[in-house]
Design a protein around this ligand. Structure first.
Ligand code: AMP
Length: 222
């Protein structure tokens, strides 16, 4: 059986989560999103959730030690996975290499979801909600009839803290400074494949599907 162990690398808004969800339905891989796990911890008010809260709301990274412990616990139970949103720093990438090396399960590939910053900003700030009813709009895929106004009650829509222009800008800056160096790290290791993440969802999904044979071959040729 050829195994797939892949990292989805790319800025917030590049569509990694969407594509990981699609891939999980086609290949039998575990989709592991550190952002999703952290959000669940926050809802359940666990110690980790409470520690992570402030960093997340500012659009900054949660400390490496917390994240690495989380991933280590999660990866102990699976040999086929898509990592989405991890690693985000060089020390996380090195910790991942060590974790996988001790189990003789190296990565079989890294997909880099590449999209221009203006598009990422537009996607990240696209979500607006009616705070009275909870109805969610997306200014790209599901816009209200009049900009900023709810279709049902005609009152102003609002943005969640983490969807505002200010937080989105901060998240992209953090990505450029701390995560973008991983592009070179994985290129040097011969693992990186670039995906044009500016295309629409179906097009990107087709690009991702096209990489699967290569992701599997890397394992068999090792
Ligand atoms: P995401 O949904 O992947 O954009 O993650 C949401 C937030 O969770 C990020 O803005 C960070 O605050 C935190 N987070 C998720 N993954 C990591 C990671 N690998 N390292 C540090 N912080 C993370």
């Amino acid at each position: 059986v050829s195994e797939i162990r892949v990292v989805f690398l790319g800025a917030p808004g590049a569509g990694k989560g969407t594509q990981a969800t699609l891939l999980r339905q086609q290949a039998s891989v575990t989709h592991f999103s550190t952002g999703d796990v952290l959000r669940r911890h926050r809802i359940e008010k666990t110690p980790l959730g409470l520690q992570a809260e402030a960093c997340m709301d500012r659009g900054e990274l949660v400390p490496d030690a917390l994240i690495i412990a989380l991933v280590e616990a999660e990866l102990a139970t699976t040999s086929m996975f898509v990592l989405d949103g991890f690693p985000r720093t060089l020390s996380q990438a090195e910790a991942l290499d060590t974790m996988l090396a001790t189990r003789c399960m190296p990565l079989t590939g890294v997909l880099f979801f590449d999209a221009p910053r203006d598009l990422l900003l537009r996607r990240l700030t696209a979500r607006w909600v009616n705070p009275r009813t909870g109805r969610i709009y997306n200014t790209i895929t599901d816009p209200p009839r009049a900009a900023g106004i709810d279709d049902d009650d005609g009152l102003p829509l609002e943005q969640r803290v983490d969807d505002t222009l200010e937080t989105a800008t901060r998240r992209l800056d953090v990505y450029e400074q701390q995560t973008a160096p991983l592009i070179a790290y994985y290129t040097q290791r011969g693992l990186l494949t670039r995906i044009n993440a500016a295309a629409d969802i179906e097009d990107v999904a087709a690009q991702v599907r096209a990489t699967i044979p290569a992701l599997q071959r890397m394992e068999t040729h090792r």
